[in-house]
Design a protein around this ligand. Structure first.
Ligand SMILES: Cc1ncc(C[n+]2csc(CCOP(=O)(O)OP(=O)(O)O)c2C)c(N)n1
Ligand SMILES: [Mg+2]
Length: 392
């Protein structure tokens, strides 16, 4: 076990920008700043022994370790491409997962094919693990569809923007799984900000009393847009579980091996009828909340720099190299694969057909509605006002 440094969490003046001092209200030794953390790989790439969780990754092969590395690198490459596409005007918005690759790949690779995943809007790495083609994630962000994939094909639900609501969906689904007598598990992703939502509290209560086979996977990336975690809780988030009557654990969210081990443990609990678990993956959102956000307005550069030293990809690379599990050829091939993925994503986005402009009015009510008819007519009139420009 190691202890997180509190140094990164003190507001400091950020060089060259407006002072961010005073924008965070972190009390000295505030509860939750240095709780115990499950860590199997240090930022330097050293493997730590852990009596409780080692057995969940004991049999992992060099090939599987390289696989986790590949997953993280390709996910980061995809994410960077999507951010660029938004900057080029090809996407309306993008929510980057930069920095959260280990939390998502570790937990995503712990799931079994028959498990069911309820994501937020940032789980691009989990989608990757579930086999959802990354290009399918982009339609909604381009505004050409409302989701872009069939949730039933990969047991990966559509992205959910209404903060925390998917934890209720996951709980209900898990209660159904239990009633069916299946040994599948359900995992719900949510953020530190979402932990303040009533929906999450209700999910915890229901899943506990019904012993639902669900894992609540909270990526505590330290921020909910511009609100720091200190504004969400006075205790470490994982400790909330205790009050509901199920276990909670904090894992180093930048350590893919620890995330894999802890999530395997939690999913196994769910499968064997032991009920819900809360996993708090302690990580950091390296980028902006979305492409519409400017984090320099509310957080200090030093904070990001401190987390850069704990980069999830770098630490696995260090481990792979020190253990002689990967050579230059592997890294070079992966670089080429990343570039090819970036190209494929770019081309796929640019080729996405525009939707029928009137389709938006079709699926709100099964039998139509007077208000929808009125809005459709207004929209048609608006469109017609461009008639001299070819109706566009
Ligand atoms: C019910 C609801 N309230 C507010 C919002 C606006 N909103 C979008 S993202 C966000 C912050 C979420 O933070 P967190 O749960 O920590 O997730 P993160 O974005 O950091 O991954 C908020 C308040 C929303 N989408 N839904
Ligand atoms: Mg957050």
């Amino acid at each position: 076990m190691t202890v997180e440094s509190t140094a990164a969490r003190k507001p400091r003046r950020s060089a060259g920008t407006k002072s961010t001092a005073g924008k965070r209200t972190t009390a000295k030794n505030a509860p939750g700043t240095d709780p115990e953390l499950v860590q199997l790989l240090t930022p330097e790439g050293e493997r730590l022994k852990n009596a409780e969780y080692d057995k969940y990754v004991a049999g992992i092969t060099p090939d599987e370790l390289r696989g986790l590395y590949r997953d993280m690198v390709l996910t980061r490459r995809f994410d960077a491409e999507a951010t660029s596409l938004q900057r080029q005007g090809e996407l309306g918005l993008w929510a980057s997962l930069l920095g959260q690759e280990a939390a998502q790949i570790g937990s995503g690779r712990a799931t079994r094919e028959d498990d069911y995943v309820f994501p937020t809007y940032r789980e691009h790495g989990v989608a990757w693990c579930r086999g959802v083609d990354p290009t399918n994630l982009l339609g909604m962000f381009r505004g050409v569809n409302n989701g872009g994939w069939d949730p039933g094909s990969n047991n990966f639900h559509l992205y959910t923007i209404v903060i925390g609501s998917q934890t209720l969906h996951a709980t209900g689904y898990a209660m159904g799984v239990a009633k069916d007598g299946a040994d599948s598990a359900v995992i719900a992703y949510f953020g530190d900000g979402a932990s303040s939502q009533g929906d999450v509290a209700e999910s915890f209560t229901f899943s506990a009393v019904y012993n639902a086979p669900v894992v609540f996977f909270c990526q505590n990336n330290q921020w909910a847009i511009s609100e720091p975690t200190e504004k969400q809780t006075r205790v470490p988030l994982y400790q909330r579980a205790q009050g509901y009557g199920f276990p909670g654990v904090r894992v180093d969210g930048n350590d893919v091996l620890a995330c894999l081990a802890v999530t395997r443990w939690a999913l196994e609990r769910a499968r064997s009828g032991e009920g819900p678990t809360l996993v708090e993956a302690y990580t950091y959102r390296m980028g902006a909340h979305t492409t519409s956000d400017d984090p320099t307005k509310y957080r200090a550069d030093e904070e990001r720099e401190a987390w850069e030293a704990k980069d999830p990809i770098l630490r696995l690379r260090r481990y792979l190299e020190a253990a002689n599990h990967a050579d230059e050829g592997f890294f070079a091939e992966l670089e080429a694969e990343s570039e090819a993925l970036g190209r494929r994503v770019r081309e796929a986005v640019r080729a996405m057909p525009d939707p029928d402009r009137f389709a938006i009015f079709e699926n709100a009510y099964a039998d139509g509605h007077a208000l929808v008819d009125e809005e459709r007519a207004q929209f048609a009139a608006y469109q017609a006002s461009f008639a001299d420009e070819g109706g566009h």
